[in-house]
Write a new protein. Structure first.
Length: 683
């Protein structure tokens, strides 16, 4: 027991197998008792507290909003729920990334209700330590106190902003004259202790870094001549020294204590905690709208005067129900709105959708793709449309172009001409998608662009009938609600069914696997591939931890499960469009499209289950092994381990070893079973 207590390596729950190999099981059980976090299904917790109505047994429609960061999707949510942009500011909006947690809003009768679920404590601590490590490195590099504090308070991913929790460390950072006149004042919460901790943390991190860096630099200068390799070794060793330093861990403990103190700000409600005492969920109910929104703002706001009192970074999901309704409608729409993290600003029009979105697509009735009309069809929007098409979800697609009031030009003086100008940009993008996925993908998307496209202006303000643009926007919004309500009406397929050749499917899957492997070998730095950059080793390590610990299946732009799913899904979609024959008369293109989309949707949903099982669930020990690697050559060894011990189990598919054949057979089985459900032949 003393050996276990003395070695920090064993203090990670993921080190339990290593401890069992060295020590008596009873000692290990005692040591790790209550250390391993509970497995929490946040979505199920929210569903039990506030069940979501479905279109299958009610008049409700579930709607997923997708869009680029700053594109206006959350502003559209404000309009639909009737949120006042001046006094309520709910949900929060920004030109930068705002929505980082799943927000689910049910427009219903009765009191206002909410249930909030939180990130696991270990994941919060990991974000914190990553920020502290970045700040320590900045401190040693001679950066100013302001820059060191910025690194500490803002995680590189922009998903965990410690400044929301602890403030900026400077009571004068917000100039009163810069705040809107209607701004609410933050609660009377004493931040003196917090500010003192932030100030002292800068000097403490400087001192810790100064103690470790000189000797480490000297050793590496002596043993490694390659400057690039030396810098990677330095960063790796420096991070390990920090994490092993008791002073660093003590500072992290103090930050965690300050973080937990923010939960004291919550009004009376029902707080559920894990067996380790960390908040798991919080639920609350109120008849008063303003009281309710003030309470909820703790978990959703990005309002600067509230910095130091917000819990926003700790939230992984929030569900809200209540009598919300748009100001421009006489009736309350029966809607469930899903608003999550934006698509970002990826330069890659072939980028993958996060798996959380792919899973959500199974249940929603409509997908509102919100795009900025002043810069329409950027890469992230095209990537979303491409994913929707290959997954058979184009029938759910509704396109909303926002910021229409800013579409100006001497050559487009009328509304109609402005609409045509925006649509022309979209049509060019669809041509590119058709070249990549096939004619039926382009055809389906063009139909949605013609029949389910809306142009919205001045969404950032309360709409009235006083101006043409606002009157027109209200008309468009009312038509949008009608389109959502009618979207559950599906077309029926004709009697004829396609016939497919299994050999063509195998070849398509082989190509998909090879494309995945080539792209990831480039990200891992094993080989060069045009269009792909080597990912920083710290990002690869962070991904390995999240995959191994089960926190997430992605880190920033590294999404292996989503990438593999996309490659397979697109390959299968191209295969679907090319049957070798039909069981009856060759159907019309409309009838073909109905069959192709239904089959693609069925396959996509089951395909993700298989990919996740193989790439994550069955390789957890390998991901943890990749995370724990350190020392000279660890970056290269980690890359090889992920490529060969993990990805090679998935790709290439055509191989005689049983393990690889099993995966290919699983994928073929998904296609075969889906085909059987639609009475489609696969020879």
């Amino acid at each position: 027991m003393n050996e276990l207590l003395a070695d920090r390596l064993f203090r990670e729950p993921s080190s339990r197998p290593r401890a069992l190999a060295r020590f008596h099981p009873l000692v290990v059980d005692i040591f790790y008792h209550d250390m391993v976090p509970e497995t929490i299904d946040a979505s199920s917790i929210r569903q039990v507290a506030i069940p979501l109505p479905r279109s299958t047994d009610s008049d409700y429609r579930q709607v997923l909003l997708l869009g680029t960061t700053g594109g206006g999707k959350t502003t559209l949510v404000r309009q639909i729920i009737g949120s006042d942009p001046g006094s309520e500011r709910f949900p929060s909006t920004s030109t930068a990334r705002t929505s980082i947690a799943d927000m689910e809003i049910v427009l219903s009768s009765g009191p206002f209700r909410t249930v909030v679920t939180f990130l696991p404590r270990d994941e919060v601590r990991d974000y914190l330590e990553e920020s502290m490590s970045a700040a320590a490195l900045a401190a040693y590099d001679g950066n100013t106190d302001t820059e060191v504090l910025r690194r500490l308070l803002n995680h590189v991913s922009q998903r965990f902003r410690l400044s929301y929790l602890l403030g900026t460390g400077d009571t004068d950072v917000l100039d009163d004259e810069e705040l809107p006149d209607s701004s609410d004042q933050a609660d009377d919460f004493d931040l003196t202790r917090t500010h003192a901790l932030l100030r002292s943390s800068i000097e403490r991190l400087r001192a810790i870094a100064a103690e470790h860096v000189p000797a480490l630099r000297e050793e590496l200068e002596r043993t490694e001549s390659d400057e690039i390799v030396r810098e990677e070794l330095f960063e790796d060793a420096f991070h390990n020294l920090l994490y092993d330093d008791e002073r660093f861990q003590a500072l992290a403990d103090e930050f965690m204590d300050e973080t937990e103190r923010r939960f004291d700000l919550l009004p009376s409600g029902n707080m559920e905690k894990t067996k380790q005492g960390w908040p798991r969920s919080w639920s609350y109910e109120s008849e008063d709208r303003q009281t309710f929104l003030r309470a909820v703002s703790r978990f959703t706001s990005n309002y600067a005067p509230y910095f130091g009192t917000l819990l926003t970074p700790l939230v992984n999901g929030i569900r809200i129900a209540g009598p919300f309704s748009p100001s421009w409608s006489d009736e309350q729409p029966k809607l469930v709105l899903f608003d999550g993290e934006g698509l970002g600003h990826t330069p890659d029009p072939a980028a993958s959708l996060p798996t959380a979105i792919t899973r959500r697509l199974e249940h929603v009735d409509a997908v509102l793709l919100v795009d900025n009309a002043t810069q329409p069809m950027q890469a992230a929007t095209i990537a979303a449309m491409r994913n929707l098409a290959s997954g058979g979800h184009t029938g759910k697609l509704i396109i909303c172009f926002t910021h229409f009031e800013s579409v100006v030009g001497d050559n487009i003086p009328t509304f109609k001409m402005k609409e045509q100008h925006v649509v022309a940009s979209a049509e060019n993008a669809l041509t590119s998608i058709g070249e990549q996925l096939g004619s039926f993908a382009e055809r389906a998307l063009r139909q949605r662009l013609q029949s389910a496209c809306f142009f919205l202006g001045n969404l950032h303000q309360t709409l009235t009938l006083n101006t043409k643009i606002e009157k027109r926007t209200i008309e468009q919004l009312q038509k949008l609600l009608a389109a959502i309500d009618g979207i559950v009406v599906k077309r029926e397929a004709g009697p004829s069914r396609p016939v497919y050749d299994r050999t063509n499917l195998v070849l398509a899957l082989k190509q998909a696997a090879e494309d995945f492997h080539a792209a990831w070998n480039a990200r891992l730095g094993i080989q060069v591939k045009p269009g792909f950059l080597k990912a920083h080793w710290l990002r690869i390590k962070a991904l390995a931890r999240r995959m191994g610990e089960g926190w997430s299946d992605e880190y920033l732009d590294l999404k292996p499960i989503a990438d593999m799913h996309k490659e397979l899904q697109e390959a299968i979609y191209r295969f679907i469009q090319n049957p070798v024959a039909w069981t009856g008369p060759v159907p019309s293109d409309d009838e073909k499209q109905v069959v192709f989309e239904a089959l693609a949707m069925d396959i996509s949903l089951h395909l993700l289950v298989v990919v996740a099982e193989r790439l994550r669930d069955e390789t957890i020990p390998d991901w943890l092994r990749a995370f724990h690697l350190s020392g000279k050559g660890a970056t290269y060894v980690r890359a090889r381990l992920i490529s060969r011990d993990i990805y090679e189990k998935v790709a290439p598919l055509l191989d005689r070893t049983p393990d690889r054949n099993k995966f290919m057979n699983d994928i073929i089985g998904v296609v075969r079973d889906a085909a059987a459900r639609y009475k489609i032949m696969l020879h």
